[in-house]
Structures are given as C-alpha cells and as structure tokens.
Ligand binder design. Structure first.
Ligand SMILES: [Zn+2]
Length: 219
C-alpha cells in the first residue's frame, strides 16, 4: 500500500473522533500531509461509514501546481470537503493535519449574531482566538477560501455557521487537540450560559497562558 503511514494516522484519528462523539455517521473528515512528499495528502473518503474502515480505504490525493487536487489512490473518492483541507495546507506550509467536524456544541456556538468562543480553562488558550466563517455551501471552493482566510497565518480553529468547525495543526495530535478542546470550550460555554454562570477567562489571563504555551513550544 502506498503512503500507508499517513493513511493509518488518518484512520486512527477518525476512529478516535467517532469514539469521542465528535463525528456521527459519515459527517466530518480528516486529512494528513505526507512528511516527505509534501504535495501528497491522505483524506477520509466521501460518504462511507467510518466504523470498520481500513487504512487502504483512505483516499490519497496529489495537490497539483495548477491548484487542482488529483485523486491518485484508494477505492473511494475523497471527501467532498477536499478543497478546504488542501487549501489550508497549501497556504500554511507548517500545517500537516486538518480536522473538520459537525460536533454538537461547536455547531450550537456557530450561530447567532456574535458567536464568539472564549476560553473557559487554561489548556483551551492554545487554540484561541477561534474565528467564525459565515454559512457557505459545503464542499465549495468558496467555503475553502473563507476558512483559509479566517484562519489566516496563525489560527488553529474556526467555526462555520450552521455547519461545524475546522481545525488544523502541525501534527495530527495538535489538530485533534484543537478539535477536542474547542468542543469542550463550546460545551462548557453553552452549559454555563444556560445556567447563567458564564464567565470566560479574562483576556490578560488568556494572553499570559498563550505566552507560557509559546515558550514551552519553543524549548
Ligand atoms: Zn461538514
């Protein structure tokens, strides 16, 4: 099997996301760039149940210089959100892993006039600020462009209105952490607002935490 290592990484991540309740049925998709062949991406297939999937079922795509993405291996066609995953990897050379989910609380928070998501606990500060993308048709080049623009040079997560969230990282571990902590942030936000006890971390504390996290990552 070609590109077995990145296909296995994508498979492990999607099964973990299903187990954690971040992904239901065939919603959501995950991609991983090859560490050597930087234009090669493994991505979950379109419309196939993740339970019982094997590494060989994960699609392999080449990001071509003309801006198109060519499906080169795997029995099932790549996720319809391929443009979103590939555009973020094209624009951000340090990004090697991308995760898109319709997880419940992030989706609830991705509504309303001002869907700002603020950190509730210190570990969540690694992934803020969380951007917001207005509703755009799923699978379109338009939503890919909006997500890439909203993430900008440094963003790790954004919410997509009436759709879900998109996370990225230099490793699959970081992209999955971004997804898990953003869903946690959204869930605690929704519950605290319901109880009337919503109190996110102060901006100064969030920035101090981010400085600590950045220093640790520099070591
Ligand atoms: Zn979606």
């Amino acid at each position: 099997m070609i590109y077995e290592s990145i296909r296995q990484t994508v498979l492990d991540a999607i099964l973990e996301a299903v187990e954690k309740g971040l992904i239901n049925g065939t919603s959501g998709n995950i991609a991983m760039r090859d560490p050597e062949d930087r234009d090669i991406v493994a991505i979950t297939p379109s419309g196939i149940e993740y339970a019982g999937m094997t590494a060989g079922d994960i699609a392999v795509v080449r990001m071509k210089e003309d801006g198109t993405n060519e499906w080169i291996d795997g029995p099932y066609k790549p996720s319809s959100e391929l443009p979103m995953h590939c555009l973020v990897m094209r624009k951000r050379p340090e990004v090697n892993a991308t995760v898109h989910t319709h997880s419940m609380y992030a989706t609830i928070c991705a509504m309303g006039e001002n869907p700002e998501l603020r950190p509730i606990t210190p570990p969540q500060c690694e992934f803020t600020p969380v951007g917001i993308v207005s509703f755009t048709m799923p699978g379109s080049n338009d939503v890919a462009q909006k997500v890439a623009d909203t993430l900008g040079d440094k963003g790790l997560v954004c919410l997509i209105k009436n759709h879900g969230m998109f996370s990225c990282g230099k490793s699959m571990k970081q992209a999955m952490h971004a997804t898990i902590y953003t869903e946690e942030m959204a869930e605690t936000t929704v519950i605290a607002k319901t109880l009337g006890t919503y109190e996110p971390m102060p901006k100064e504390a969030e920035e101090a935490m981010q400085a600590l996290i950045a220093a640790d990552q520099a070591v």
